[in-house]
Ligand binder design. Structure first.
Ligand code: APR
Length: 306
């Protein structure tokens, strides 16, 4: 049986485990908070007896992630109101780095999907600490950002049947909705919405995470993030080779950013290079430069001190 380990059994990690129960995989949850993890593992395993029974293993021992096909890293502290994703940088780099050392030791053949924020910098951290091939270390962000954009487009066009949004770039305020590639029922977005409405949709998408943080007050979003990771897990485990926006290391930029890729059993098999308009390309380059600034801080204040 395929095996997925989830490091960090908080809101995103436990919701992800719940989302995966029908996939018929072994699931291991690892967290430093044993009681909470135990509660989550019991609750989800009990729920699974009503469908496809999964005995979710709770663990605080990384031995148990042995032979995982995929390890999802959600460990970290979430954003609080008023806190940007970037404020989390050094704190979560420490957590992701220690988790990745354990993945490297106990599940050296796994594919790593990072969810912890600030996302792109944490993908870089996991890549650097693991030394895994760049096709095997990736981050979930673009699927979530695209889902948020789908939602805000649907708010404007309630009768739309098929909304496909594409959001690339870094997972932060500089994310780049690729308007020229967004479609509604097969027509391009700018044919069906006025430019001022598109600007409103873009701004709502860029603030989608913050909106939920401010309403929740005690954490950040988890249903849409967990569902987004589950699409990646399925595409890998079932070798679906779906084309999805995923954060990966880009050699030509020496940085990490969200791009469209094909995702299958060996991880990223191909990057799909889109033809961007000049302003989209400018937005994409700007977004990467923001991630690169964070990576430079990590190089100086985190890896420099290692
Ligand atoms: N090892 C294992 N688990 C850890 C560690 C660690 N070193 N440090 C923290 N954790 C666990 C916490 O105990 C907690 O259960 O990570 C979990 C994080 O869960 P939540 O606080 O509920 O956060 P969540 O909403 O799940 O978000 C997790 O994903 O979307 C991002 O910004 C978000 O970085 C955050 C991450």
């Amino acid at each position: 049986m395929k095996k997925v380990s989830i490091i960090g059994a908080g809101n995103v990690g436990s919701t992800l485990a719940f989302t995966l129960i029908d996939l018929n995989v072994d699931i291991v949850l690892v967290d430093i908070d044993k009681d909470k993890t135990n509660a989550m593992a019991l609750d989800i395993s009990e729920a699974s007896t009503l469908g496809n029974y999964v005995n979710i293993k709770l663990s605080s021992d990384y031995e148990d992630i042995k032979n995982s096909d995929i390890v999802v890293v959600t460990a970290g502290i979430p954003r609080r109101p008023g806190m940007s994703r970037d404020d989390l940088l050094l704190k979560n780099a420490g957590i992701v780095s220690s988790v990745t050392k354990n993945i490297k030791e106990h599940a050296p053949k796994s594919i790593i999907i990072v969810v912890s924020n600030p996302l792109d910098a944490m993908v870089y951290t996991a890549l650097k600490v693991s030394g895994f091939d760049t096709s095997k270390v990736m981050g979930m962000a673009g699927i979530l950002d695209s889902a948020r954009m789908n939602y805000f487009v649907r708010q404007e066009l309630p009768n739309a049947k098929d909304v496909k949004s594409v959001v690339l770039g870094g997972h932060g305020d500089s994310m780049v909705p690729i308007i020229s590639k967004c479609t509604v029922d097969g027509r391009s977005l700018d044919e069906v919405l006025d430019s001022d409405i598109i600007s409103k949709v873009v701004s709502s998408t860029q603030n989608g995470g913050k909106q939920i943080v401010e309403l929740l007050k005690t954490g950040s979003a988890y249903y849409a993030p967990a569902k987004s990771v589950s699409l990646m897990v399925e595409s890998i485990l079932l070798d679906q080779n779906k084309v999805l926006p995923v954060a990966i290391y880009l050699n030509e930029y020496k940085s990490v950013s969200g791009v469209l890729v094909k995702l299958g059993k060996n991880g990223i098999s191909e990057e799909i290079k889109l033809d961007l308009t000049p302003s989209e390309k400018q937005g994409f380059d700007h977004s990467i430069s923001k991630v690169t600034e964070l990576i430079e801080v990590l190089q100086r204040d985190f890896f420099g001190k290692d």
